[in-house]
Structures are given as C-alpha cells and as structure tokens.
Design a protein around this ligand. Sequence first.
Ligand SMILES: [Zn+2]
Length: 87
Amino acid sequence: MPTRAPENGAGVALTIGQHAPKRALDADWILVHELFHIGVPSFIGEGKWLDEGLATYYEPIIRARLGALTELEVWSEFARNMPRARK
Ligand SMILES: [Zn+2]
C-alpha cells in the first residue's frame, strides 16, 4: 500500500506489515522517536541539534515508562551511547 507524506504540518507515515512479529514492534524505537519530534517545538538553524538530542534522550525514557525497556536497559544505553556525543 503506498504511503503519502503529510501535506500540512508535522506527521508520521507508519507502514506495518500484517505479519510483523510483536517482538519486532516492541523492540522498535523509531516510532517513539518520531512521535516525540511532533510533540516538541522544532528549532531552526544551529538549534537543530537540540531537536535530535531531546528525541534521542527521551525516547528510551518514554519506552521504559511504557514497560518496553527496563531501567537498567535505559541506563546501559545512555552509558554506551552518550560518550559518542563528545566525538
Ligand atoms: Zn530524530
């Protein structure tokens, strides 16, 4: 089924295969990340990094609050990935 980009304002086009396994959907982080972008004002120019930083930071926290990740998984992800921002 073809998808269309939103014509007015922010939006997310979501295509899910009818046979997509539940474990794959539970493990997916992209939808939460993209929906976060819709709910938070966007910056222009030099502030764009803050858009991605906020979405990247809050995505695992939101998923943990939903029960999709444990607190340990969130902190492990932070410990593993945050040092990459210094490069
Ligand atoms: Zn993003």
